[in-house]
Ligand binder design. Structure first.
Ligand code: PEP
Ligand code: MG
Length: 896
């Protein structure tokens, strides 16, 4: 039997989102629960995958089914494509499994040609509407299907408005729109080289293909990468009978949320435009009215809509984001989905749903995207400074957070300036999906036009980026890169500050302060901690970072990079003296200068951690990061060491490495210069003894971690030095302090020989930055230069340095655990590469049985939540497996 590629809305349901996409599954579900949905059908995500497998063609079998379903749809709606009495017009819209707002393409009013325009114009007695639909269709079809830029058509509209002396599209007459439609068709013919298609079925196939193609457009690819959505999923296509919001003043269209997507407050929130079609609201071309104002204009439709909102929220047990149209006073639902929301709103909604009895605590924890927490952890404006500042303008607080930076006017400039290390605010008339990379690079986004559901607002909220939208007081001159606001002219590079919560815009710099975990954030985190098994530690090199991480819930330090303790100007001098020594005596002399710094730092770290584990990684300085290159620094070093500049230069030349990342770093340094490990051990143990004497109740047990080990003999060699030195210190001080010696697993050979290494180690910690670098053979410092080409060519979907490669590097992790644990059952194992703060990697770490993940302080809450979600998911999967097995065994018993 042929595969089923197409489903009527009456044939699907909400559980079929993998096949029908989110939009298709929810249209089917709304149909099933009896809501007013214009009927249609969904072409499956599998058809999209097939389209790509067939070399970007829709094969005959799928075409056949589409035609069959057009006939079914015609029967259901009583309308027919191209009919002289009752023509069918449809929308063609994308809909992936996970919602990707604005990333793919949509076409409205499909099925029109001049004959059909005549029919609907007479039938409705509304020629203005008929021609408006046609000119919109030609414009959208040209842009989306044939990739003729929108701008050509917009120029023609602007010219027409100028000629007629009007400002708004709605002021154009039926004749103006008819003339525009003809001009559009001429434009199409000129650009495409053939006439605009009249046959609705031809139009439909073109549109479906275009939606499939849009799955692979650059902005969708970037969005997918940021949101962990696999390319292999594909998008479904929904073909739905049109409901018209642009037939006159008793019509309109809107977008609404059942709760405020910015704050999470309960109550209807949204926007509505009379006499308009969906894209007018989303594109922000006209500024819409608030949803509450709809009540006066359309009391009946509004009352019905409020009921629908309640039904949907109860049904989905989550905040809904809906699109709807009112056609001649009658309500039609075009879409519902779990609404995108700010992190703040996500926490409030999850807690409220628990309090309202709609969700369990576990479900609430699972509802929150850990990546979104990032926004809450980032700085807000300093309250005092904010009070003292006077806003120079105000827009809509579209996505919370505080941002301060230099003004840029194009997405490309945002990327370029950000790459130079500048903080920028992207200021635009309105944003479009092409701007996504620029929006991502900016600290914040400010737009002149558009409402809370405009592209800028929706995308910024999704990215967790501060955004102020629709500041109509700005007089913009994009071409000359300047704008006026509050009586001042701003140019590229001028500094402004924007507040994404209040919508306020300020001149100059306003200082920011760190966020704090409290209220709903604290509640969700407390629930998460109840459900997780994995511990979460932090990578911290300074007491300040360690304190911050503790506030954010870190349960220990998983990595203190001791070489990072020498970045400050006064310390780097001593460190360079140590590196550039050419005798043991010289080196010991330099190390003696370093020891007190280290001991003081370690003491402060132990104190900040109050008895929780502290892992101190011994020196691992890639030499090129530390040897002086500036003439003045070389001179200073020469003076300090009592050598000539030339002698120092000779030493530096001798230290030169062709490949410093694989050079004389990590434990290789100690093998050559044991005195380094001796000094560090003294510092670790002396500091620990001091703190232990002051806080006997703390279970202080420093973990000394040896980096870049590739062979058990290497570890044995270094460990011997550490143990001898530590035991001597402990004996001298007559202390009972305990310590551990473990190793990083960050070289493939260490993973491959983990059984041998485990016999010498108290713990393992995966350094997945180096392990990824060495497994792939990609330099971690340079891979960024060519990864884009890997994404473009679909070789990679993600950066393996950000998201752990579970297939390759992950296999090494699993092998290490399998080899190591039987040899040393008390071995504790963690991860401290960047992946320790990435949610999907945290889930993997949970699955393979690690004891902890360690990540940078601001990612600690993300890791806590991701760890809880991994536990909950595992439990759920186990439960369903048990149910499956028990029903299977019942069946078998019956058969026996
Ligand atoms: C690692 O390699 O993953 C690691 C944590 O060490 P570093 O980044 O300091 O090399
Ligand atoms: Mg490393």
């Amino acid at each position: 039997m042929a595969k089923k590629w197409v489903y009527l809305f009456t044939e699907g349901n909400a559980d079929m989102r993998e096949l029908l996409g989110g939009k298709g599954a929810n249209l089917a579900e709304m149909t099933n629960i009896g809501l007013p949905v214009p009927q249609g059908f969904t072409i499956t995500t599998e058809a999209c995958t097939q389209y790509y497998e067939d070399g970007r063609e829709i094969n005959q079998e799928i075409r056949g089914q589409i035609n069959e379903y057009i006939a079914k749809m015609e029967k259901i709606t009583g309308k027919k494509f191209g009919d002289k009495e009752n023509p069918l017009l449809v929308s063609v819209r994308s809909g992936a499994r996970a919602s990707m707002p604005g990333m793919m393409d949509t076409i409205l009013n499909l099925g029109l040609n001049e004959d059909v325009v005549d029919v609907i114009s007479k039938k409705s007695n509304n020629p203005r509407w008929a021609w408006d639909c046609y000119r919109r269709f030609i414009q959208m079809y040209s842009d989306v299907v044939m990739e003729v830029g929108k701008k050509y058509f917009e120029e023609l509209i602007d010219k027409m408005k100028d000629n007629r002396g009007v400002k708004q599209d709605v002021e154009l007459t039926a004749d103006d729109l008819k003339e525009l439609a003809y001009q559009f068709k001429d434009e199409y013919k000129e650009k495409v080289g053939e006439p605009f298609p009249d046959d609705p079925k031809e139009q439909l196939m073109g549109a479906i293909k275009a939606v499939f193609r849009s799955w692979d457009n650059p902005r969708a690819n970037v969005y997918r990468r940021d949101n962990d959505i696999p390319y292999s999923w594909g998008t479904a296509v929904n073909v739905q009978s049109m409901a018209f919001g642009n037939m006159g003043d008793d019509c309109g269209t809107g977008v609404a949320f059942t709760r405020d997507p910015a704050t999470g407050e309960r109550g209807l929130f949204g926007e509505f435009l009379t006499n308009a079609q969906g894209e007018d609201v989303v594109a922000g071309v006209r500024t819409p009215m608030r949803i509450s104002e709809m009540e006066q204009k359309f009391p009946e439709a509004f009352a019905q809509f409020k009921d629908v909102c309640q039904i949907l929220e109860k049904h989905y047990r989550d905040m809904q984001d809906m699109e709807f149209t009112v056609e001649n006073g009658k309500l039609y639902m075009l879409q519902t989905r779990n609404g995108k929301r700010t992190a703040q709103a996500a926490l409030k909604i999850a807690c409220d749903l628990v309090d309202e009895g709609m969700r369990t605590e576990e479900e609430a924890v699972s509802m929150i995207d850990p990546r979104n927490l990032d926004t809450l952890l980032h700085p807000q404006f300093d309250v005092k400074a904010l009070k003292a500042a006077t806003p120079m303008g105000k827009g809509l607080g579209a996505s919370p957070g505080a941002a301060c930076g230099k003004v840029v006017f194009t997405a490309d400039d945002a990327v370029e300036w950000a790459n130079r290390g500048e903080d920028v605010i992207l200021v635009r008339l309105e944003t479009s999906p092409e701007d996504i990379t620029g929006m991502k690079s900016a600290q914040g986004i400010l737009t002149v036009r558009g409402g809370m559901t405009s592209h800028a607002a929706v995308v910024a909220r999704g990215m967790g980026e501060c955004c102020v939208a629709g500041c109509g007081d700005i007089t913009m001159d994009e071409e000359n890169k300047r704008f006026k606001l509050g009586g001042k002219e701003y140019h590229e590079g001028d500094i402004i500050s924007i507040d994404g919560s209040t919508g306020n815009i300020y001149d100059g710099v306003i200082p920011t302060v760190d966020a704090q975990i409290a209220g709903e954030f604290g509640r969700i985190m407390a629930w998460a901690d109840k459900f997780r098994r994995l511990k979460v530690r932090t990578n911290a090199d300074t007491p300040r970072d360690a304190k911050k991480a503790r506030e954010l819930g870190a349960e220990g330090i998983g990595l203190c990079r001791t070489e990072h303790m020498f970045f400050e100007a006064d310390r780097i001098a001593a460190f360079r003296e140590m590196i550039c020594s050419d005798t043991v005596e010289e080196r010991v002399e330099a190390l003696d200068k370093i020891l007190p710094y280290q001991q003081g730092d370690f003491k402060a770290l132990y104190e900040a951690l109050e008895g929780n584990p502290v892992t101190i990684r011994f020196l691992d300085p890639p030499l090129h990061e530390f040897v002086p290159t500036e003439e003045a620094d070389i001179k200073k070093l020469a003076e300090a060491k009592g050598k000539s500049v030339d002698e120092i230069k000779d030493i530096i030349d001798g230290l030169h490495e062709f490949n410093p990342m694989m050079g004389h770093r990590g434990c290789r340094l100690t093998v050559a210069y044991p005195e380094i490990a001796r000094m560090q051990t003294k510092a670790v143990i002396r500091a620990a003894i001091e703190v232990h004497n002051e806080h006997k109740d703390w279970d202080l047990r420093p973990e000394i971690m040896i980096p870049l080990v590739c062979d058990v003999k290497e570890l044995k060699f270094v460990k011997k030095i550490v143990v001898e030195t530590a035991d001597e210190e402990i004996r001298k001080a007559n202390s009972d302090i305990k310590y551990e010696v473990g190793t990083m697993i960050e070289i493939p050979r260490a993973a491959l020989t983990a059984n041998e290494i485990a016999s010498e180690a108290d713990f393992f910690c995966f350094g997945t930055n180096d392990l990824t670098q060495m497994t792939y053979g990609f330099s971690r410092d340079d891979a960024g230069k060519f990864l884009d080409a890997y994404y473009d060519n679909k070789i990679f979907e993600n950066d393996p340095f950000s998201k752990l490669d579970q297939t390759g590097v992950g296999k090494l992790l699993e092998m290490t655990i399998k080899l190591g644990r039987p040899v040393n059952p008390s071995l504790h194992i963690g991860i401290c590469g960047e992946h320790g703060g990435d949610p999907s990697s945290v889930e993997f770490c949970h699955k393979i049985g690690l004891d902890y993940v360690s990540c940078s302080p601001f990612r600690v809450p993300i890791a806590r939540l991701a760890a809880a979600q991994a536990s909950i998911k595992e439990r759920e999967e186990r439960k369903s497996m048990e149910i499956l097995l028990s029903s299977k065994s019942k069946k078998e018993k019956v058969l026996v």
